[in-house]
Design a protein around this ligand. Structure first.
Ligand code: CTP
Ligand code: K
Ligand code: MG
Length: 183
């Protein structure tokens, strides 16, 4: 039981890596022209200055490159941890990475509609927006891979583990001075 839970956690973390990296890469690469071009809707920004073309492109690319790197490392890592970890078809890496970015952008849209300024916290949404986006887009982009990879136990572990990891990495990025807010 203990062994299989550890295997589930390792598998869940591995398959979600191409979705975890994009938002962090966007923080490092962000800046430049906002996606909404500064436009407003009902007096509020459509998305805000925190969602840029450069950050979105860099984040998506980073997630896809990571998926390719993980494919190369898979035999060694699988041998090391004693689990047959999945590899990532290009469509799967693309779906996970772009989906993570679009989930986060969708959340900013909802934050602006509910009157929250750029950087405001939206507990719950902040921790899960990119997971939901990544899962939906991975399913659409690579359905056979998705259903074979995201078994129900893996999905449950992803949904429990991701918010915890999100809090830890964002507090870390804040303490390192990379982010303006610790969420
Ligand atoms: N970022 C970006 N493009 C994205 C996502 C993030 O350029 N698609 C960069 C921005 O510099 C952003 C930073 O990463 O400020 C932190 O991301 P996030 O916390 O998602 O944005 P916020 O600035 O907090 O804005 P929002 O309230 O809309 O989430
Ligand atoms: K966010
Ligand atoms: Mg933020």
């Amino acid at each position: 039981m203990a062994v299989s839970l550890a295997a589930l956690v390792v598998t869940a973390f591995w398959v979600m890596l191409p979705a975890y990296v994009p938002n962090n890469a966007a923080v490092l690469a962000g800046g430049g022209r906002p996606i909404d071009g500064g436009r407003t809707w009902d007096g509020r920004r459509i998305l805000g200055d925190g969602k840029t073309w450069r950050g979105t492109a860099a984040g998506t690319l980073a997630g896809m490159v990571l998926a390719v790197v993980l494919n190369v490392l898979e035999p060694s890592v699988s041998g090391l941890v004693g689990i047959d970890l999945p590899t990532f078809p290009l469509a799967a890496g693309f779906g996970l990475a772009l989906g993570a970015m679009l989930g986060d952008i969708g959340a900013s849209f909802l934050k602006r509609r509910s009157g929250r300024e750029r950087g405001a916290a939206f507990p719950g949404l902040d921790q899960l927006d990119f997971v939901v986006g990544a899962l939906v887009f991975a399913f659409v982009a690579a359905p056979a891979w998705f259903t074979a990879t995201f078994t129900l136990p893996v999905l449950v572990v992803v949904l429990v583990m991701t918010p915890i990891l999100h809090v830890v990495t964002n507090v870390g990025a804040y303490l390192l001075g990379l982010k303006n807010e610790p969420w």
